[in-house]
Design a protein around this ligand. Sequence first.
Ligand code: GLN
Length: 286
Amino acid sequence: MNTVSTYREILNAVSESFSGSETPFLDACLLLAHSLGLSRESLLARLPEQAPPLPAGFYEAVRRRSEGESIAYILGKKEFFGREFIVDSRVLVPRPDTEILVVAALECGDLAERDHPGRLAVHDACTGSGAVAVSIAAERPGWTVSASDISEAALEVARANATKLLGKPLLLRVSNLLGAVQGTFGIITANPPYVPSHETDALLRQGWKEPRLALDGGIDGLSLIPELISQAYRLLEPGGFLLVETDSLQVPAVCAMFEKAGFVAIFVKRDLAGRDRVTGGRKPRA
Ligand code: GLN
């Protein structure tokens, strides 16, 4: 790679070192566009041109990506529900599949609000970067949104995202699941850690830099869910909704846990790939 290479040749060469990625050329484009301060579109328009000497930061970014670090961490940002969130290794990178949790919360919230116009309270547990909580608050400015996480470091990222994207702080609390959360809510959402421990071990060995705390859900991935569900039941007002993201294979077990805790009208929402992803249920009215 030198000054006689075109952008395309550089990107092709770099892509070869991203063998662990499903989208190596796209990854290379994103890193190069970022380090040149260009949009991806304007870089693509220049592919046949000779590239100038590239900044050292680009090769550093290439090294990090080839060691398995996510593009989102290297760029320090990730798009979620149409907004750009700040991310780093203090938090899980928001996944496109989690957007369905936001969609479900908006739908259920609109329904719940009919009972209590203008005073819907929403709480997002295990909030991490705050992607779900901030998206809900941005989409429905009239709702009162709060969020919690066991990690104070994650909440610093959530706080930065609330300030950046809402222009105001969210009410954030350090809490193991919902243990330290007070109040009553019309909607509770959660994307808790649900990856089985042995799979988490494998992902971290592959070079994932996400916090184990955000991924590891114990031996079968479901260790935290029953406690989360029973805590949520106590904090929901009658008729309130709980919405929990898990892996699709875990959904039947999660539905059974909702039922055991007393939830009714249990339903499942599918993600972008058509897999069951979010389990929802309602606390009975009386
Ligand atoms: N969906 C994430 C993954 O598959 C896991 C998210 C989580 O544990 N909450 O990597």
